[in-house]
Write a protein of this length. Structure first.
Length: 407
């Protein structure tokens, strides 16, 4: 049996699904985590052959020490991590312990945006103009060369985290101060690309894409994460095998090859607009916001189990049905405070009950979270439908009808 060591099986909650899937296909599973052995529930204990607690799973030396302890008792065939902050420590421990998998080079390139785009641009992948800047002078020199609007963000930020759009010298100066460039901190700066934004997720085996899923944002992420009145949504399409997706599919495979991604989940962001298709960034990990839930419902498959098959057995075992499109809409409270009540939920149940996947409506009295906290921070509803355009209309109706009231 393949012996897989998995990093942090307890948090976030969907981490247990990776462990569950490995155990179900017959792999031997050990885990490294920050909680005590006593904190594991009975089901998790059944999945695991061994659990090694450490103080910090983002500390490469602590991870390596735990791996070496496990290796003293049984050969480790794979060391796997699926959370962004765990990818590099896992890669460093993996290389030091002689375990195959994602390299430190790949982990670095999938995390550091300027280095990532330098490699991809040299390989012919279309990207926004970008650079790493470590001083206000460098940021303003880039602005003078490229022009506004621009995006300034941490070099290793995920998605829109910490990203700021700037449209003038005054706004750039403020963003530069917020990111600490005056004190020598490095940041990523890039041209703002007009157009529609989406993401493209894959499972790869030996450097080849074996499963792929395309998802669209409405509106684009930066606007969605900064504007309270918007009820943002994203929709996984079942039209991915139509000709219009050929270009993004080809780009994804090229990115995987250039960055040296082998057997892994990936999450790639892209833009399509007046300047054509542009790569934005990639993570060598599954997507966040439980997007795999949508893919599973839409395609009649278990992606966690499929990931486990690729990691532990080296072969795929399922095919996506493309039977449904599936999407989520985030419902923001009308103000900060505590949730008071909801308007319109009964209407949605009556109209779209057959197409509801699930929903989350925190009870009255629950503290609200900020707009920037993400799609699942407050209330949300997920729907499915065989027709993509119908599903998009349904989600729009939800956004218009359902109101989250706070006081």
């Amino acid at each position: 049996m393949t012996h897989v060591v998995f990093i942090e099986p307890r948090f976030p909650p969907n981490q247990r699904q990776f462990v569950r899937a490995l155990a179900e296909i017959g792999a031997t599973v050990s885990a490294i985590g920050e909680g005590s052995k006593e904190s594991l529930d009975e089901e998790m204990r059944r999945y695991l052959t061994h659990y090694e607690p450490i103080g910090n799973v983002t500390n490469p030396q602590q991870v390596l020490d735990a791996v070496r302890f496990i290796q003293q008792h049984k050969q480790v065939d794979r060391l796997e991590a699926t959370v962004e902050a765990h990818i590099m420590p896992a890669a460093q421990a993996r290389e030091a312990a002689g375990i195959p998998g994602t390299s430190t080079r790949t982990a670095f390139l999938c995390r550091d945006k300027p280095a990532m785009k330098e490699v991809l641009r040299a390989g012919g992948v279309p990207c926004a103009a970008s650079d790493a800047v470590s001083s206000p002078a460098e940021a303003f020199a880039f602005a003078a060369r490229i022009g506004y609007p621009l995006i300034l963000k941490p070099r290793d930020g995920a998605g829109a985290a910490g990203a700021t759009r700037v449209d003038s010298d005054a706004e750039l100066a403020e963003a530069v101060r917020a990111l600490g460039l005056e004190h020598g901190r490095s940041a990523a700066i890039e041209e703002f690309i007009e157009g529609h934004e989406g993401f493209f997720d894959t499972l790869t085996l030996g450097g080849e894409v074996v499963h792929e899923f395309a998802t669209h944002y409405y509106p684009n992420v930066l606007e969605a994460m900064r504007t309270r009145w918007i009820s943002p949504q994203f929709i996984a399409t079942n039209r991915i095998d139509q000709p219009g997706y050929a270009e993004v599919k080809a780009m994804a495979q090229k990115v995987v090859t250039l960055l040296g991604i082998e057997t892994s989940a990936t999450h790639m962001e892209w833009f399509s607009g007046p300047k054509g298709l542009k790569f934005s960034e990639i993570g060598c990990r599954p997507p966040g916001v439980r997007a795999w839930d949508l893919y599973n419902v839409a395609n009649d498959m278990d992606l966690y189990r499929e990931w486990a098959m690729l990691i532990a057995a080296g072969r795929p075992s399922q095919r996506p049905s493309r039977r449904m499109s599936a999407g989520i809409i985030a419902l923001r409270p009308d103000r900060d405070g505590h949730i008071s009540h909801y308007d319109g939920l009964d209407i949605i149940r009556e109209r779209f009950g057959a197409w509801l996947i699930d929903w989350h409506t925190p009870p009255a009295g629950t503290p609200t979270q900020g707009v920037e906290a993400g799609y699942m921070a407050n209330a949300w509803i997920r729907l499915k439908h065989p027709d993509y355009d119908t599903l998009r209309h349904m989600l729009d109706v939800v956004g218009q009808a359902v109101k989250v009231r706070a006081r």
